[in-house]
Unconditional design. Structure first.
Length: 462
């Protein structure tokens, strides 16, 4: 959006646009401080105090912007959820602003081109772990509220607000998912903005309408009582690592389609198309490497199951010895589309792994977590207001997409507040490389999404 485009704004839109723009320097400062917290919700990797500091920062920041009823609430998985509220004016709805302050671990520090925990501007983007997922959305919410306060002055917010920022979303341990049913009135809202997704591309306002669910398991294969010399015993002694490789190979066919026995893998996505060349660029596919699957990128991402090997316990190349491995393990992530029951998917995956383990090796399958797919309802006054707000902020109509990621909390909110409208959106887009080294955010996405949220909050209660 350019200054020329803003000439056509109505007075309120023009005022909010200017206010958001004014606060972008502060947004960068805030994001830099948030990124500096190593808030990985796994004390085996980073001190729990880092998460607590990030949570307190979020609570203090929203309290300073008028959500004075702010505090940290312990959840059943041992992490803290920030809840900050201001009451709705008489007869007006309440809007929940969701985000999370925990982040993924850095993964490979050496693969980062900038310091992991230091917000760094490079080629117009802001780099650092959590810059997009999801601390960029925390800052987006703050920027929207600051702009509203600038324009509305002492009138207060036009709707009730409940900020919810959880601390273990990336670990999938379900703290907030168990907290919600026990605290229904605390979080009760008429509309829920799940700001942990984003746009199809920079500058393309997008509603995420479907989410794949997930099934996470760890499969362990045991074959020997101890490592054995590969020269003396190799060829007859059952190799646990070779057995694991054989087993994992049964989970994909030669085209890359996921092949869990009994699980449908031929569904078709009937929404927005994802051009293969755009996907190749977004996914950083190397030249000459083929895309996998017999469907379109949209089919494979949003309509069909996808099995990913997240990690393998096996000797590293450097330091390995000439030995047959007695045990090997893999962590598997099965993404499932709407219409697939996660309990059934778990049963099918477990049965497949047991059935295809070779050589009668001992196999143990541990369930880490299960999350249901989600599909948002179309229509409603909040959706109509947000469509108008996104169009005004971006200068183009919003589109829709699915997302391969899972947010089990969406189903908890839908079950707990069946009359609430739930919308998924945010500052994340493919170039952000969330969950990977060199995560970044385009600051124009923070600016435009903050404006859209401010416009929505200003108009929703009209």
């Amino acid at each position: 959006m350019t200054d020329t485009d803003a000439v056509a704004d109505d007075p309120r839109t023009a005022a909010l646009r200017a206010a958001v723009r004014k606060h972008m320097a502060r947004a960068k400062t805030d994001l830099a401080e948030l990124v500096s917290f190593k808030s990985v919700a796994d004390p085996r990797q980073f001190p729990a105090a880092e998460c607590r500091k990030a949570a307190q920062w979020v609570a203090d920041a929203f309290a300073a912007e008028g959500l004075s009823d702010a505090g940290l609430y312990a959840t059943p998985d041992g992490t803290d959820t920030v809840v900050a509220r201001c009451a709705a004016p008489a007869g007006k709805p309440t809007v929940m602003l969701y985000c999370h302050y925990d982040v993924q671990p850095p993964l490979d520090d050496a693969a980062w081109h900038t310091p992991v925990w230091q917000l760094t501007e490079r080629d117009g983007r802001w780099y650092g772990r959590g810059a997009a997922d999801c601390k960029g959305n925390v800052v987006m919410h703050l920027t929207a509220l600051r702009a509203l306060r600038d324009v509305l002055g002492d009138k207060g917010f036009p709707v009730g607000l409940t900020l919810v920022s959880e601390g273990s979303e990336e670990q999938g341990t379900g703290g907030l998912e168990r907290f919600v049913p026990e605290n229904v009135d605390l979080l009760r809202s008429d509309t829920i903005l799940m700001c942990d997704t984003g746009n199809f591309a920079v500058g393309v306002p997008t509603f995420t309408e479907t989410l794949r669910g997930n099934v996470n398991v760890v499969v362990t294969i045991e074959t020997l009582g101890s490592p054995m010399h590969s020269g003396m015993f190799g060829g007859a002694a059952p190799d646990a690592l070779a057995a694991l490789i054989h087993l994992l190979a049964t989970l994909r066919d030669e085209h890359g389609n996921t092949t869990v026995d009994g699980l449908a893998n031929d569904q078709v996505w009937d929404g927005v198309r994802y051009p293969p060349e755009q996907f190749r660029a977004d996914a950083t596919v190397l030249p000459g490497v083929e895309l996998v699957g017999s469907g379109t990128p949209a089919d494979m991402l949003w309509a069909r199951p996808a099995l990913t090997v997240l990690g393998i316990d096996a000797p590293k190349v450097i330091g390995s010895s000439a030995a047959i491995q007695p045990t090997a393990a893999a962590r598997l992530n099965l993404r499932i589309p709407p219409g697939t029951d996660p309990g059934q998917a778990l049963q099918l995956l477990t049965a497949h792994l047991e059935r295809h383990t070779p050589w009668h090796a001992r196999v143990t399958i541990e369930t880490e977590g299960v999350g249901a797919p989600f599909e948002s309802a179309a229509g409603g006054p909040a959706r109509t207001a947000m469509e108008a707000a996104l169009a005004a902020a971006y200068g183009r109509p919003a589109t829709t997409e699915g997302q391969g990621g899972a947010i089990p909390l969406c189903n908890v909110f839908a079950d707990t507040y069946p009359d609430a409208e739930i919308m998924l959106l945010g500052v994340e887009e493919p170039k952000c490389l969330i969950h990977a080294p060199n995560e970044s955010v385009d600051p124009t996405e923070i600016e435009h999404m903050a404006l859209a949220e401010a416009l929505f909050l200003a108009s929703y209660a009209d």
